[in-house]
Ligand binder design. Structure first.
Ligand SMILES: Cc1cc2nc3c(=O)[nH]c(=O)nc-3n(C[C@H](O)[C@H](O)[C@H](O)COP(=O)(O)O)c2cc1C
Length: 404
């Protein structure tokens, strides 16, 4: 269930830190990728070496470590995971989170994250019962932070008992599973996304392709998975990592992409973000076509590729409830997008101007106009991740409408 999910584990400076090493093992046994931050106090109880060895990558400790700042950086540490877990969450760390502090790597990452946070408090019963701790905890809950434990029982310190024991690793794993499994407005929905270019072979070494990087399609797949959807990403050749928690089917040609899309059906939602080649060479040479001395260059005869968006949107049976296409245009963007919406029989078109100089094809930002039968909605220029989040929010709203 946690296969390929990314967890950032922040280990605070409490005696229960030794249990966090067991937590790393349990999370990894469930298939999760775990990264660790240890506070300065945590390093009195467990070493970064032990935590890093169990994670399979170095543990992070220092906000001002130039190497990790250029390499990963506190903002990426905060944004990369699907969930941030704080275990043990000390009274001090809870107070700093509630106060919005960013005075060490752990606090800065917790403040910078846009992902859900789960804390497992651990402290002696007096510290737990203290008005300040309870006030800070109420603030964190109001801020949307999830809490597991603490449990009642014997403390690690001799002679102490009461509420304050950190939840056991397996209880924390169960809370993580509940949060990531349940998470999001698209849970229970199956979403298909296509992404990247297609490559249409001319001969054994040459092909026709386009400048699509796959960044937008991959970002939509990642956002849909983060919203709880079961996501299949059918991708042409790209040099991007697979988004976490997404099943990826790799293809090269338009015909392979159509076959993979049809195999992935039925789905609730299909987003066709791939830049599928309209044409392919009529004939593909098995070997490399040789350049002839003083001869004429070969003529490339093209034939039309299948139209994947139109094929799926026109299906009589098994049509996804929501079919979304992209219109990458250089001229008359809106007119072409409206014509495409009608001709392809899809529900929404996300139109963008990919003229040279816009930097959209292959770039990190996008400027979208949403075209539906209800009207036209220009969105401001923004990162492809933000476009993806907005698309997913709109999909979730549309799904909620059709459910009701
Ligand atoms: C032996 C020992 C055990 C401690 N155990 C806890 C604990 O279980 N919970 C807690 O909130 N603080 C505990 N503390 C106090 C924290 O280490 C201290 O507040 C520290 O500043 C916490 O820093 P951090 O959580 O931000 O890393 C303990 C301190 C010592 C010396």
């Amino acid at each position: 269930m946690l296969k390929s999910r990314r967890i950032l584990l922040v280990i605070g400076g409490g005696i229960a830190a030794y249990k966090s090493l067991g937590l790393i093992r349990r999370l990894r046994e469930c298939g999760a990728h775990v990264r660790c931050i240890l506070t300065a106090a945590a390093q009195h109880f467990v070493t970064p070496l032990a935590a890093g060895a169990l994670c399979g990558e170095r543990a992070f400790t220092d906000l001002f470590d130039a190497k990790s700042e250029f390499d990963v950086g506190h903002v990426r540490l905060a944004r990369d995971p699907d969930l941030v877990v704080v275990a043990p969450a000390t009274a001090d760390l809870i107070a700093r989170m509630a106060g919005g502090h960013a005075d060490d790597l752990a606090a800065a990452a917790l403040l910078a994250t846009d992902k859900p946070i789960l804390i497992a408090p651990a402290m002696n019963p007096q510290m737990w019962a203290a008005k300040a701790t309870q006030r800070n905890l109420a603030q964190l809950k109001a801020d949307g932070v999830h809490v597991v434990g603490p449990n009642a029982g014997e403390m690690a310190e001799r002679g102490e008992a009461g509420i304050g024991r950190m939840a056991e690793p397996l209880e924390i794993v169960a809370a993580v599973e509940a949060l990531l499994g349940r998470a999001g407005p698209l849970s229970g929905k199956r979403v298909l996304v296509t992404s990247g270019p297609t490559c249409e072979p001319i001969d054994a070494v040459r092909y026709i392709a386009n400048r699509s990087s796959g960044k937008q399609g991959h970002a939509i797949a990642a956002a849909a998975a983060a919203a709880g959807a079961d996501v299949v990403l059918v991708s042409g050749p790209v040099s991007l990592p697979d988004p976490p928690a997404v099943s990826v089917v790799r293809v090269e040609t338009a015909r392979e992409m159509l076959a993979a899309v049809e195999k992935a059906l039925p789905v609730d939602v299909a987003v066709f973000a791939a830049a599928v080649a309209d044409w392919r060479p009529e004939r593909q040479s098995a070997g490399k076509i040789k350049k002839r001395q003083h001869g004429q260059p070969p003529t490339l005869a093209l034939v039309e590729n299948p139209d994947i968006l139109s094929t799926i949107a026109h299906r009589k049976s098994g049509r996804p409830r929501l079919v979304i296409g992209f219109a990458a245009e250089t001229d008359h963007v809106l007119a072409n997008a409206k014509a495409k919406l009608a001709a392809k029989s899809c529900d929404w078109i996300l139109a963008n101007d990919v003229s040279p100089g816009t930097g959209i094809m292959g770039g990190d930002t996008n400027t979208i106009t949403l075209v539906t039968t209800a009207g036209i909605e220009p969105w401001p220029p923004q990162s492809k991740e933000n476009v993806a989040r907005t698309v997913v929010e709109r999909i979730a709203a549309a799904m909620a409408d059709t459910n009701s």
